[in-house]
Design a protein around this ligand. Structure first.
Ligand SMILES: [Zn+2]
Length: 244
């Protein structure tokens, strides 16, 4: 079986990746990229739903987005562990799947698990390239780590036009039925309301997508931050259809 991917998307919790960059996954998958997804925790601390429910929902969502697989690790929701043991688990995935680009949450966010996820994936991406590292597999270092934006607003390094896959992103989010109030459905959930289950949360995702889209002159966009700037070969094309 060919386990290699072009892009590997990491999230601390099931649904982080969908909210941050589901439209980009769907777009790249549609364009033919091989994509894998990794949740670092089972989301067992979530107020609503059980880890089993979330696992089923997460697998369904990955299929909607067009990912080839979704792996779930168990670093501990609400106290995400970032020791050498966890680092080597990520190195193992990087060496097996050999992604050219890795995506993860920014290593500074309101939720400490997101901060820790960003840090450990960034550091493991470097260590994975060390040949002498006492770890199985052949050394592999991705070209770069790209950060999707979550709770803290950050100046984007680039924005992806996700207008054509925005509906797919929202369908993937809707797959997490236990977590969100889906507009237009008559969910009679007796579970407690949380920050993300409140009516209005999905509207803020929509509004953010429109805002990022407006920055590049399209309907919907997803914004990303990188520590190394992307190379732009065609400056005119990069600003096509826009005016100062
Ligand atoms: Zn999260």
């Amino acid at each position: 079986m060919n386990d290699t991917v072009d892009l590997l998307f990491f999230g601390a919790h099931p649904d982080d990746v969908e909210l941050g960059c589901g439209g980009t996954i769907a777009k790249l998958a549609k364009d033919g990229a091989r994509i894998g997804m990794v949740d670092l925790t089972r989301g067992e601390l979530g107020t609503r739903g059980t880890p089993q429910t979330r696992k089923r929902e997460a697998q369904h969502s990955a299929r909607i987005l067009g990912a080839l697989f979704r792996t779930q690790l168990d670093f501990g929701d609400g106290n995400l562990q970032t020791g050498r043991e966890q680092e080597l688990e990520i190195v193992d995935l990087l060496r097996r799947h050999r992604p050219r680009v890795v995506f993860v949450s920014y290593p500074d966010d309101r939720h400490p698990d997101h901060t820790r996820a960003g840090r450990i994936v960034t550091e493991a991406s470097f260590y994975s390239g060390l040949r002498a590292l006492p770890a199985p597999g052949h050394a592999h270092r991705p070209q770069t780590v790209v950060y999707y934006i979550q709770n803290y607003m950050l100046p984007p390094s680039f924005v992806v036009d996700t207008s054509k896959t925005w509906k797919t992103k929202m369908r993937a989010i809707a797959a997490f039925k236990s977590q969100f109030s889906i507009p237009g459905t008559t969910s009679k959930s007796k579970e407690p309301q949380t920050f993300i289950s409140k009516p209005g949360f999905l509207e803020t995702i929509d509004a953010r997508g429109r805002h990022f889209g407006a920055l590049i002159g399209v309907e919907f966009g997803e914004a990303f931050v990188t520590k190394q700037p992307p190379r732009v070969d065609d400056v005119i094309a990069a600003y096509a259809g826009r005016e100062v």
